[in-house]
Unconditional design. Structure first.
Length: 149
């Protein structure tokens, strides 16, 4: 049984404030609360992947501290906001570790729809802004377990 947590990065400052778009103070605090809530639900990823953008990396690091500081935490190809989800979906197909992905809109809803086999369109369109969706796979099919925002 594989587990996956898809996390939309926390609220970031606008590009007019800082072109690198770090988490805002509100976004950092909300992400810390979200990470703590995920940890309380038993989230303990073996690996944490993020897009490499500052706001996604900061979000990933907050989850890393709260959920499993022994996990690997790295920027991965294929997680940019407009990337097609197929590449990561295929990466996850052979994955036995528990993975957390910190990423962006509109990528995360598209990845979720792709993992669910497009059988639940509302699950993808209602992806929680600055929230997360937990999934598990039996090796064939992904199923949504819960979501937090």
């Amino acid at each position: 049984m594989s587990h996956l947590l898809l996390v939309h990065h926390g609220d970031a400052v606008g590009p007019d404030v800082d072109p690198m778009r770090p988490l805002s103070s509100v976004g950092r605090a909300a992400t810390e609360r979200l990470a703590a809530a995920a940890a309380q639900r038993g989230v303990k990823p073996d690996a944490i992947w993020h897009s490499g953008k500052l706001r996604a990396r900061q979000t990933a690091e907050l989850f890393w501290r709260a959920c499993n500081p022994f996990a690997s935490c790295s920027a991965e190809r294929g997680l940019q906001p407009d990337d097609p989800p197929r590449w990561i979906r295929d990466q996850l197909a052979g994955e036995t570790r528990s993975i957390l992905i910190a990423g962006h809109m509109p990528y995360l809803p598209r990845l979720l729809a792709s993992l669910l086999g497009d059988r639940d369109e509302s699950a993808a369109t209602d992806f929680p802004e600055h929230g997360c969706v937990a999934l598990e796979s039996d090796g064939e099919t992904w199923t949504e377990l819960w979501r937090l925002n």
